[in-house]
Design a binder for this molecule. Structure first.
Ligand code: APR
Length: 260
């Protein structure tokens, strides 16, 4: 009897976890579509959820490839907004605080796909029908884990659909602000389409005490990775100005992002 009761409790707990995870994702999806009525057309949260689940359900949590998310990518219908796409690397919090207040720039996490799964963890198990939110592999524990493969695929797609002039917010407080091995450096830069993208602007956010500038040698690596037909610009933008713009939405976008 004890074993049966424990089994039932475990079963119910697992069901609740699945339901709460699905609930979070579905609520985010509905909220996004409500707030962005131009995206609502053609998107169905239930269809998106089903395409998402098939990528990892029943699979070992170290055996989910980025391609497993192809049906999910196809299920989301959202056009890229040219000239407003913002990549980021080691500036997640600031980039998101900024785009939350300004429509001039938008990150992957401001699109329906990124918004639905930002900061979430999920995995399943071989032959299981369940979704787990704990006990899943960490980012670097194994290459093909469900979360890493998702962000890889979502990043490839975000970059491949980018158009016009794109920007990246980088961290001027780091010794090396651009890294070839980051998702931005290894995935997004390489997937920009020369038929659609005109150029890249680096927004190097720097504090007064920072010594890193646009002349940092790592930006040579960035320019080498870029298609030679792209224009390249780098602007040192004061951290205090970005902060000021985050707290005062009245300040126009172009004054927020201009050169020091
Ligand atoms: N361990 C854990 N999480 C990691 C790791 C890691 N080693 N590397 C990356 N991540 C995850 C985390 O969720 C982290 O917040 O990727 C996020 C971004 O990592 P950064 O090193 O700050 O930046 P980068 O690797 O360049 O990825 C950011 O990818 O998601 C896209 O469009 C987005 O431009 C953005 C870029």
């Amino acid at each position: 009897i004890v074993v049966v009761v424990i089994a039932i409790i475990c079963g119910v707990t697992a069901q609740n976890k699945l339901h709460s995870f699905r609930k979070v994702v579905m609520e985010r999806c509905e909220e996004y579509l409500q707030k962005n009525s131009h995206v609502t057309r053609n998107n169905d949260c239930k269809i998106i959820w089903a395409a998402f689940e098939q990528a990892y359900i029943g699979k070992d949590s170290c055996d989910v490839s980025p391609e497993a998310y192809d049906p999910l990518i196809r299920s989301v219908k959202q056009d890229a907004v040219c000239n407003s796409m913002l990549f980021w690397s080691k500036t997640k919090q600031m980039a998101h605080a900024f785009t939350a207040k300004r429509n001039c720039l938008a990150t992957l996490e401001d699109t329906l796909l990124g918004f639905m799964f930002d900061d979430l963890t999920w995995c399943s198990k071989n032959k299981s029908k369940e979704t787990f939110t704990t006990g899943c592999p960490g980012w670097s524990d194994c290459q093909n884990n469900p979360v890493r493969s998702f962000w890889l695929k979502a990043s490839i797609n975000f970059a491949a659909t980018a158009c016009g002039n794109v920007s990246v917010m980088l961290n001027g407080s780091l010794e090396t602000p651009f890294s070839n091995s980051s998702i931005f450096g290894s995935v997004e830069v390489k997937n920009l389409d020369p038929n659609k993208v005109k150029g890249l602007t680096v927004l190097l956010v720097t504090k007064d005490t920072d010594v890193t500038t646009c002349r940092h040698p790592s930006f040579q690596n960035l320019q080498t990775s870029l298609n030679p037909n792209f224009s390249y610009n780098c602007r040192e933008v004061p951290y205090s100005r970005v902060e000021g713009c985050i707290s005062d939405p009245e300040i126009p976008c172009r004054s927020c992002l201009k050169e020091r």
